[in-house]
Design a protein around this ligand. Structure first.
Ligand SMILES: NC(=O)c1ccc[n+]([C@@H]2O[C@H](COP(=O)([O-])OP(=O)(O)OC[C@H]3O[C@@H](n4cnc5c(N)ncnc54)[C@H](O)[C@@H]3O)[C@@H](O)[C@H]2O)c1
Length: 478
């Protein structure tokens, strides 16, 4: 194997594989090394990281299937359609999801070949810093070698955080990986953590008929979201049948007879217990920075296990970069991708850049929640003077036609300059609509700019314009 590279990228997840492709496009000689435990049928590591293998893509496949099912069972009757004998084949649904994952991971290998990226399916470990760069051992089923690189990008991602004393077997007690592979709908599903994963996976299995209880340590629901959004989503998910215990302190978790018993102290200090057939633990993620032998090149991790970097993902060591879930900022695939492109361009001598103030966030519940920029709470805390405009989908013709008027759009703009500071959407298609708001923020738009842009009619995204107009109390359809 060729073993002299301009860049060695450790990790072929969202950050690493995109960095590899961009660096390949820029004519650099790139090795991308991946030791993913989610192997292909030959037992070889697959590219794509958490997002493609056990995260964004498979969970969205299941969300889509469960949404189709729920529509047929609960919503098409309102359109005059009657359907009898609806049933759900969970194994087929999971098989479909697996097919999508395989297709996409194969697609990355094709893109690697197209961009002349050397893909090394092995575990990477630093062995030394040399005058010419870095020496890295790559060991796997088909590789036992040492490569040299002038630059390194650490893109090793994160893994699910588990609770001490609660062993995850991914059969009865699961993290994000096991919860995507149930072979039947659990009657009673317990979820620890009302964060993004807990709500998305809880929603999938609730729609298919599971009785879902979510235990959350914090007293507030989704405290990082704009308060109006958290309040609205809490109400909607509750009406859908998800049960929440906020402020719960988890006690003992015991398994037996294909069920799990969870004891906890509720927010009033009362001891409580409940039984479920499966338990999903979704309490956040920790960076994968162990087993890299970072000491061999003199790189340290911080107290929380993350690698400290500057705004351009440069570590304390020259020519060593870190991107994605191993560094500060939200653990989001698109943030990792943007950082991958930035770093590849910087190494190629260009001016790579990420605008951290305009990274969208999405929760794929039904309806979805999407936002970009600041929340009202943040603006208040920062002492920024702002105006807010809000528009409900009950007043949007397309939403009425769709028979789905849940949610609203809220635009926050600076009182003096009218610059858009944040946009928050609760709607079935919020994930797609947020693109307009990200574009507006990236180009430093004012709420008046959005109000003056022609918006096709009838569309859901007209609600963004109406909310922007509402900033100055001049929404047209309200
Ligand atoms: N749609 C998306 O963009 C998407 C989807 C899935 C995951 N992710 C990312 O993956 C990461 C992990 O997701 P997640 O849902 O595991 O984390 P999260 O940080 O979104 O939520 C974890 C939740 O668990 C709670 N919690 C922590 N310890 C607890 C305990 N002992 N008992 C009860 N509750 C406890 C926290 O208060 C929090 O509400 C996040 O950073 C998320 O952004 C993103």
């Amino acid at each position: 194997m060729e073993n002299q590279f301009d860049i060695a990228i450790i990790g072929a997840g969202s950050g690493g594989y995109i960095a590899a492709i961009r660096a390949g496009q820029l004519g650099l000689k790139v090795a991308c090394i991946e030791a993913n435990p989610y192997a292909d049928p030959n037992g070889d590591p697959r590219p794509g990281g958490t997002c493609l293998n056990v995260g964004c893509i498979p969970s969205k496949a299941l969300l889509a299937s469960s949404e189709e099912y729920e529509k047929i069972v609960h919503h098409v009757a309102a359109h005059g359609i009657s359907v009898n004998g609806v049933s759900m084949d969970v194994e087929k649904m999971v098989e479909r999801k697996a097919g999508i994952v395989t297709k996409m991971t194969k697609g990355i290998e094709f893109l690697f070949r197209k961009n002349k990226v050397t893909f090394i399916k092995a575990h990477a470990r630093f062995s030394a810093k040399t005058d010419a760069g870095f020496r890295i051992e790559v060991r796997g089923k088909r590789f036992d070698d040492v490569i040299n690189a002038k630059n390194v990008i650490i893109a090793t991602g994160s893994k699910a955080r588990h609770l001490p004393g609660i062993p995850v077997d991914n059969v009865t007690i699961c993290d994000n990986a096991g919860a995507l592979d149930f072979t039947e709908v659990p009657k009673r599903l317990g979820v620890i953590g009302a964060g993004v994963i807990g709500l998305e996976l809880g929603s999938v299995w609730r729609r298919l008929g599971a009785d879902v209880t979510v235990l959350e340590a914090m007293a507030d629901f989704l405290p990082g979201c704009d308060a109006a959004v958290s309040k609205e989503l809490f109400k909607i998910l509750g009406n859908q049948g998800l049960k929440f215990e906020l402020g719960a302190k988890i006690g003992e978790v015991t398994t037996g007879n294909n069920s799990v018993q969870v004891t906890y102290t509720d927010r009033e200090g009362q001891q409580r217990a409940f039984q479920c057939d499966k338990l999903v633990v979704a309490i956040g993620r920790v960076p994968n920075t162990e087993n890299l032998n970072l000491g061999a090149i003199g790189l340290k991790v911080n107290a929380r296990g993350f690698i400290d970097v500057d705004a351009h993902c440069k570590t304390a060591l020259p020519n060593v970069y870190a991107i994605g879930d191993v560094v500060r900022g939200p653990m989001l695939a698109h943030k990792a991708e943007d950082e991958g492109v930035m770093v590849a361009e910087i190494i190629a001598g260009q001016a790579g850049h990420v605008n951290y103030g305009a990274i969208p966030s999405i929760i794929y519940t039904s309806p979805e929640v999407a936002w970009v920029g600041k929340t009202e709470q943040e603006l208040k805390m920062e002492g920024v003077s702002y105006k807010a405009g809000q528009f409900p989908f009950t007043a949007n013709g397309r939403a009425l036609g769709n028979g789905d008027v849940q949610g609203f759009v809220k635009v926050l703009a600076d009182t003096k300059t009218d610059r858009v500071l944040g946009v928050h959407i609760v709607s079935t298609y919020a994930s797609e609509m947020i693109g307009e708001a990200v574009m507006a923020m990236e180009f430093v738009a004012s709420s008046e700019d959005i109000g003056r842009i022609s918006h096709a009619h009838p569309t859901l995204y007209e609600a963004i314009r109406e909310a922007a107009l509402a900033v100055d109390n001049r929404a047209l359809n309200m």
